[in-house]
Design a protein around this ligand. Sequence first.
Ligand SMILES: Cc1cc2nc3c(=O)[nH]c(=O)nc-3n(C[C@H](O)[C@H](O)[C@H](O)COP(=O)(O)O)c2cc1C
Length: 331
Amino acid sequence: MFCIGNVRLENNLIMAPMAGITNLPFRMIVKRLGAGLVTSEMISAMGLAIGDKKTRDYLMSDPAERPLAVQIFGAKPEAMALAAEIAVENGAGIIDINMGCPAKKVIKTGAGGALLRDPKKVREIVTAVRKVCHVPLTVKIRSGLSAGPTVAEEIGLMVEDCGADALTVHPRFVTQGFSGHADWAVISRVKERIKIPVIGNGDIVSPVLAQKILTQTGCDGVMIGRAAVGNPWIFQQILSLENNGNAAEPLLSERKGLILEHFALLSRIKGEIRAAKNMRGMLISYTKCLPGSRCFRSKFANISGLDTLAAAIDSYFSFLQDGLNSENLLP
Ligand SMILES: Cc1cc2nc3c(=O)[nH]c(=O)nc-3n(C[C@H](O)[C@H](O)[C@H](O)COP(=O)(O)O)c2cc1C
């Protein structure tokens, strides 16, 4: 059991917000596979505030994934507050504020990671959102904007003071993007300074590392991003390691079944053609750890609908099954 404000979660494993990835189908899958909390892609507060239809579509959710954390980004306190209200009206159970996005088009508006060099704006935004937001409020930060002394501790204290219920720390500087290593020592330092739950994030690529970040930094929860793409089973693997001491890989049949389920969920929401496009990249992720997947990439690239998807994965999984039967190579 893990609590963020008054929201009780089954566990402290959280799916990171990931633009282009954590859409409704992906969230439904990771939730079913053990994540205690799932988070939307980052959503433009201004887009929500002006009633943009495409932006609003990002709020689509399903009872099975709830409580859902909806992440908003922006630099204008009033727009952020209005966006939070709209998100809650549409089913958000937690509001998360993005203070780490490194994308140039976000930074140049003063939003995302740019906020880390503007503590006054941080205070205004968190205060404005807190005032209108009757569900728990969380903030996701990085170590600072650019290499040098970290500001995570100062920003953490400030958002706590403004009423945030939890803080996620991805300990890279914004200008680093995803290069180098996450410096978990920053998470430890933030944890020592603030009382609200601290969620550690960054480079957790295995169940063992999930256990390690908890013990090494003292953080209260764990947020996983890239490692869940292609391996959404990582959440149940972490739970299984904790409860039974082992973290089994999914069977080939489970992997194949999940790919088909993912496509079916995507098709229902986006239609078959857009689902096929989205699924091409996902297939590369789902199979990247398996033998021979590179040889099948050209087949994956030609997927245009259910028929071509089923044919490509049938041929690839038969190839894998043959390998398994003859050499006992695979789980
Ligand atoms: C493709 C991609 C999209 C991302 N989108 C977001 C986002 O919308 N909001 C956010 O706060 N972080 C975003 N992130 C950062 C992740 O949430 C996470 O902090 C980062 O990937 C480090 O965690 P990991 O090492 O477990 O991947 C994104 C990362 C990637 C790779």
